[in-house]
Design a protein around this ligand. Structure first.
Ligand code: NCD
Ligand code: ZN
Length: 351
């Protein structure tokens, strides 16, 4: 049995680092595991200008211990009114790496998102021309559509026609949760990829109701049936470069989750790589982890591979019930809280 694993330092291609006091708690957790991360722009107000993205990037760097070497890759929050010229300028000036499409109302802080995709046609045309990736929260917001079907319906109604209109546009379907999405990406054009979270590889929708209502397992897109979880595990461990790592770590305080209208989001940053290793180990695919975690993402984005390495050892890794938050009443419940994982991250070299 394999006891040690050495990997090229991984990157997280989808993370929520938040802002203010919470940023100082969660950004170091991501920086301790990953060399780079695609940082989601769904702040209040959203990051929809080059200036706001540059300022947010500085706040992230200031929240990290000196010498962490972590590189935040910024994204633009697309709105109905964002100017194509602003998108292009931010990309050319290397302030942002990609742009994020939130259908308005689909998830946390998405109210300012896009109300109909036709509204951003000129922006999409610019992105296609300059090679800027479009990152998509792939759920329809139509209240008539069952929440468990919203991803599959989005693919049919929005994504497929979009790829037809913009054959040169690089698209990442974020945090996929269904076999429909995994199949669509597998059989789609080489300009299409998907990120997969640790939680969607570990839990199905039963976790939300195990012994009572379990807000710590609530996120969007919501976990689906077991057959979908199995399809995601097969996709992630397949060695297909169109699927890569994106944690969607999305912290909310325990109080905000355990309320009458609890927030969507799972905070998996502290033990993210250990969580993925567990899955690849269970699937007898440890040799395929490096591609998924450290190579396929940068290749899709056209960025250099990290030169550093990390080491994991097969040693019990207890996960605390709570992680200290920025204030007494703002503790965070990490994914896998109160359980013990089988692998430990022991060394992190930058470079
Ligand atoms: C995210 C958040 O809290 O910002 N929540 C989540 O459940 N994943 C938003 C998102 O990515 O959908
Ligand atoms: Zn997200």
């Amino acid at each position: 049995m394999r006891k040690e694993l050495s990997l090229r330092t991984p990157d997280d291609w989808h993370v929520h680092l938040r802002d203010g006091d919470l940023l100082t708690v969660v950004a170091p957790a991501t920086a301790a595991q990953f060399a780079r991360a695609i940082v989601m722009p769904n702040l209040r107000p959203p990051i929809s200008s080059v200036a706001a993205a540059a300022a947010y990037r500085q706040r992230i760097l200031q929240a990290l211990p000196s010498g962490s070497g972590f590189e935040p890759l910024m994204t633009a929050y697309l709105t109905d009114n964002i100017a194509p010229a602003e998108i292009e300028r931010g990309f050319v000036e290397r302030v942002w790496t990609a742009a994020k499409l939130y259908p308005a109302g689909a998830t946390t802080n998405s109210d300012a998102g896009v109300t109909a995709i036709d509204r951003i046609e000129p922006v999409l045309a610019v992105m296609e021309r300059i090679g800027m990736p479009l990152l998509i929260h792939g759920e329809v917001t139509d209240p008539e559509i069952d929440i468990f079907d919203r991803e599959a319906v989005f693919i049919e109604r929005v994504l497929e026609p979009l790829l037809g209109r913009h054959p040169g546009l690089k698209v990442v379907l974020e945090h996929i949760t269904t076999s429909d999405a995994a199949d669509f990406v597998r059989s789609g054009p080489p300009t299409l990829a998907a990120t997969i979270t640790p939680h969607h590889l570990h839990i199905n929708r039963n976790a939300l109701f195990a012994g009572g209502l379990r807000p710590d397992f609530y996120c969007l897109p919501v976990a689906k049936r077991e057959l979908h979880r199995l399809a995601l595990r097969a996709a992630a461990t397949s060695g297909n470069p169109r699927y890569f790592l994106g944690t969607d770590s999305a912290p909310h305080s325990r109080a905000a989750k355990e309320s009458a209208c609890g927030c969507a989001g799972i905070f998996n940053a502290p033990f993210a790589i250990e969580s993925y290793v567990e899955v690849f180990d269970q699937e007898n695919a440890l040799e395929r982890l490096e591609g998924f975690a450290s190579e396929f993402g940068p290749r899709f984005y056209g960025l250099p591979l990290n030169q550093g390495r990390i080491t994991l050892v097969r040693e019990p890794q207890p996960v605390p019930a709570l992680v200290e938050g920025p204030a007494n009443d703002q503790a965070l419940v990490p994914f896998h809280a109160g359980t013990t994982l089988n692998w430990q991250l022991v060394r992190r070299q930058t470079g």
